[in-house]
Design a protein around this ligand. Sequence first.
Ligand SMILES: NC(=O)c1ccc[n+]([C@@H]2O[C@H](COP(=O)([O-])OP(=O)(O)OC[C@H]3O[C@@H](n4cnc5c(N)ncnc54)[C@H](OP(=O)(O)O)[C@@H]3O)[C@@H](O)[C@H]2O)c1
Length: 357
Amino acid sequence: MYMLLYALFNVVLILFIVFFFLRTQKDMPKNWKEFVIEFKMQAGGTQALIEDTFLRYKNKVDLIQRPNKIAVMTGGNRGIGVYTLEKLLKCSMTVMLGVRNPEASRKSIEKALGTELTKDKVFYEKCDTGDMKSVREFAKKVQEKFSAIHLLINNAGVMFTPYNLTADGFESQMAINHMGHFLLTHLLMPQLIAGSNDNDGKNVRIVNVSSCVHKKCDINYDDFDCQKFYYPADAYNKSKLAQVLFTKHLQVLLSQSGLKIQTNSLHPGVVDTELFANSSTDYIPWFRTLLFKTPEEGSRTVIYASISPKIEGKGGVYLSNCTIMPPNSLANDPQECKKLFDHCCKLLNIENFGSLN
Ligand SMILES: NC(=O)c1ccc[n+]([C@@H]2O[C@H](COP(=O)([O-])OP(=O)(O)OC[C@H]3O[C@@H](n4cnc5c(N)ncnc54)[C@H](OP(=O)(O)O)[C@@H]3O)[C@@H](O)[C@H]2O)c1
């Protein structure tokens, strides 16, 4: 039944791709390689939509009280992040947000969540995760304010953006979605370790918000910055795979160090947010309203990864629909995970990640 539905969806999908590409401003895949990437990604998205439909009933998470505990999250001013923030506040946590525009973020969050919930509980600091200088400055602000943190959610992201090299020389989707979060995690490790000594015996958690499309690619170390070949969906998928490989190897280091810190990656679901502004679905918003998860539903797996006792001690796993799911097979190869990790350390001039190795 599942396979039949999947096959049917794929046929409809090919027709959809052709139709939407003809109707939208989005560039058509220009060659076979781009078409294969586009098809694989759309098929992965369709499969994820079906999974979301069948597994929607699993998207439940208890909002356990965590008073006096500190969370740091990137993004959070819109999309899935707002509802993640709301749930963290309902768990009585204090949250420091790393956002591109702190004042505008404060206004939009107070409008969305009200001041009663947010007053003295949410702090806003500037952080552009695509700019390593900004990430360093943000980490400093966090360190000045909190000596210990108990949860880090690497949430900020962009999708399918046009080719751009950042000031640090990274392809922008890889920079914003992965490299900035890699650096931030490294810089905040002393505070995470301090938090692990003060967390009621529970593991401190590092949550990397990846995507199901991470399964549709591999990492090309010969062209990490996509200077030779760039297709927006391919670069997005790669950045999301990097997050999963990073999570896996970081967990190895954390376990070897005997620290009470765990890290997990996840797919929040296919969620109706502005992330799709550069996608073909922007042409048919009703499609998203009808079939995609709401941002509130999308926040549930993020919160599950952040606080659920059901995965306590299960670091390194990949989650979707509040369930442990298999990641890209590359993530099951410790050498591949280490390779990505070492590559990023080299690019960022990190000699000893979080003083763990
Ligand atoms: N929506 C989905 O279906 C889906 C599926 C799989 C994975 N995800 C992942 O879920 C996460 C949240 O996505 P979303 O759907 O909530 O998207 P969204 O509504 O577009 O929100 C993206 C968030 O990231 C922030 N952001 C973007 N670029 C940034 C930068 N350079 N520095 C700091 N913050 C930046 C945005 O802040 P600004 O307002 O400043 O732009 C915003 O808060 C992303 O990592 C995404 O890849 C989403």
